[in-house]
Design a protein around this ligand. Structure first.
Ligand code: ATP
Length: 249
């Protein structure tokens, strides 16, 4: 009996002549925080896109919660329990924080719903939005236009929005990019609390202090292939990783 929540088995992704991912196998165990690191262009975001169904794998298998999701469309993968954020912040113009948290939910459906009076919203969606506000400490900004907030707060809104989908696995693409040290530390504590509540987290990050102090397991990608996997302590001293990536940090 494996405790793997997510398992990639020799996954490849080819774009024309570019092999963005080459036979990548990795595991995210239940209730663990796993990091993916590697130089620019290593294939990290492509990996996220394949897991979430934005791209179809060219070969290999993606198994989530005991089911092969390799051929599933994104919306089905979200419903199965994977939510993500993006490297570039994707917030809607003119929408409040609260509106972002309501419309993102699978059950709330289309953007059109936002024009309906909020009392018509599904009470469960309402409760999930309230919970996400509270988890991320965004209550004060509930009625603020999300795009007018600081960069760090916008990142939080994105993560809160992902959480309203009720995921088992939260995937974060460079969550601390643009955050100052205090914001990053606050986020680290918050992600540890979420893990403490049973969530699994897979994240891409270039901030090595953040990654090393948070993740239980790290995978290192270089030119689309895994060059190392291990605990932060193992990765920090791995000569191959030092040569390909960390040595230049
Ligand atoms: P960064 O740290 O800069 O975000 P990354 O590790 O996330 O980089 P990817 O964005 O996954 O890397 O890119 C991996 C490779 O795949 C690059 O050579 C990139 O140009 C290529 N690639 C990614 N998406 C596409 C696409 N849609 N079409 C063609 N090539 C792509």
């Amino acid at each position: 009996m494996s405790d793997a929540l997510l398992k990639l088995d020799t996954v490849s992704k080819v774009f024309g002549g570019i092999r963005a991912l080459s036979d990548v196998s990795l595991t995210v165990p239940q209730n663990r925080i796993v990091g993916v690191i590697g130089p620019n262009g290593a294939g990290k975001t492509t990996l996220f896109n394949v897991i979430t169904g934005a791209y179809r794998a060219s070969a290999g298998d993606v198994v989530f919660d005991g089911q092969s999701v390799t051929q599933w469309p994104s919306h089905r993968i979200v419903r199965a329990g994977i939510a993500r954020t993006f490297q570039n912040i994707r917030l809607f113009a003119g929408m409040t924080v609260w509106e972002h948290l309501l419309v993102a939910q699978p059950h709330q459906g289309s953007m059109l719903r936002r024009v309906l009076p909020s009392r018509w919203a599904d009470p469960k969606a309402w409760a999930r939005a309230e919970e996400a506000l509270e988890i991320f400490g965004l209550q004060t900004y509930r009625d603020s236009i999300a795009r007018t907030l600081s960069y760090g707060l916008q990142r939080k809104v994105e993560m809160a929005r992902a959480m309203t989908a009720g995921p088992k696995l939260l995937m974060l693409d460079e969550p601390v990019a643009g955050m100052n040290h205090d914001e990053a530390e606050e986020l680290r504590q918050l992600l540890l609390r979420l893990q403490g509540r049973g969530l699994s987290i897979l994240l891409i990050e270039h901030d090595m202090a953040f990654v090393m102090n948070l993740c239980h397991q790290l995978y290192v990608l270089d030119f689309g292939a895994l060059i190392a996997a291990g605990t932060p302590a193992e990765i920090r001293t791995n000569p191959v990783v030092l040569d390909a990536y960390l040595g230049s940090e």
